[in-house]
Design a binder for this molecule. Sequence first.
Ligand code: CA
Length: 226
Amino acid sequence: MRILLIEDEEGLILTLTDRLRSEGFDVRSASDGAAGLEIALSESFDLIVLDVMLPKKNGFDVCRDLRKNAVETPILMLTAKGETFDKVLGLKLGADDYLTKPFEIAELLARVEALIRRTANTVQNLNGSFKFGNVAIDFRRAEVLRENKPVELSALEFKLLQYLIEHRGDVLKRDELLDEVWGYDAMPSTRTVDVHIAWLRQKLEDNPKFPKFIQTVHGLGYKFSA
Ligand code: CA
């Protein structure tokens, strides 16, 4: 597993590089945004840890340029304390997660592992298809079959189903589903999520009242289990 660390604080580079290497990661680092972008565009990594405040090119611009160049590597952004607005901006520009400085190294490692695990579950890595129970999904063609018969899903239902599958095993809060599936600019209520989950269950579960796959985690949200 290769990690690119784009960070200008020398002390932090040393500490993180040491620790990540001792966890078995192959670490490369860059100490400004322009150099980091160049490396990220020319080599492949499993994860990029990207500071926001960087010389030459800031983390937001690096993130945006990477996504513009179709680099889909997961990005964990490091923000300074209190940059609440900036976190949202980072996620909008295509970052996958963020961590506020100062942080515990153990917390960073946990985020790194979660992001890498999540990527392993993505549709690209599923070869474009997924099966559960009597349901078969072809993500490339956006087709869903149940007992070999086509199931009609709306674009939102399909997106929601894909998100659930990509994050299978994780408890997904309604707010997270709203942000990730509906988007930050949309302002539907969390009730919208419940309604769409109910529709998916109607269409895909043998017994929608006692769902086997699209489960409710009481007080928390939903979980896809296959
Ligand atoms: Ca910095």
